[in-house]
Design a protein around this ligand. Structure first.
Ligand SMILES: [Zn+2]
Ligand SMILES: [Zn+2]
Length: 172
């Protein structure tokens, strides 16, 4: 199957097994990444999926389903929150995105699927990505590996982010 990425006025047409997907305001290089990710996960390319994944790609906020919904509803006026939610869960199940560790609130989605770690601000709930080779190599406890299958490992640091620290200091 050949994928053609083109800016047109129609959302999506399937002509001779080729897809023409409009940009939805996304650059052609970004569209290429989105289409590749969907293809790799064997997910059908639909305007909804393109819009949702596009909103996640390059997004470092680890957004909730609602945050994504708020951003794309003007692009796809018929889309419902439920569709966004179900699509994100399907993305997570097929490995297109990851679910960031929750703090009791709504699920947060992470487009960065390569190994990385998180700094989680306890004040503003921001999740900041960082990489660390040592953390990637930490030996797993046998009490876990003997019984369970580990799919990935991630270190989560809790703390107060730079911005919240500044607010704290200025109040002193
Ligand atoms: Zn903060
Ligand atoms: Zn992350």
């Amino acid at each position: 199957m050949r994928i053609i990425i083109k800016y047109t006025n129609s959302f999506l047409t399937n002509k001779n097994h080729s897809y023409i997907v409009i940009g939805m305001g996304y650059s052609s290089s970004k569209m290429k990444i989105i289409v590749q990710k969907l293809k790799k996960a064997k997910l059908k390319i639909t305007p909804q999926r393109v819009a949702i994944l596009g909103e996640l790609t390059d997004n470092h906020d680890h957004p909730t389903a609602d945050a994504i919904y708020q951003k794309i509803k003007h692009k796809l006026p018929n889309i419902s929150f439920d569709t966004v939610n179900r699509t994100l869960i399907a993305f997570a199940q097929s490995g297109v995105v990851k679910i960031a560790e929750g703090k009791g609130g709504a699920k947060r989605y992470d487009p960065k699927t390569e190994p990385h770690h998180h700094f989680h601000c306890v004040k503003c709930n921001r999740i900041i990505d960082f990489t660390n080779k040592e953390y990637d190599r930490i030996k797993l406890p046998e009490s876990i590996t003997n019984k369970h299958q580990v799919l990935g490992q991630k270190i989560v640091l809790d703390g107060i982010c730079q911005d919240c620290k500044k607010v704290n200091n200025s109040r002193k």
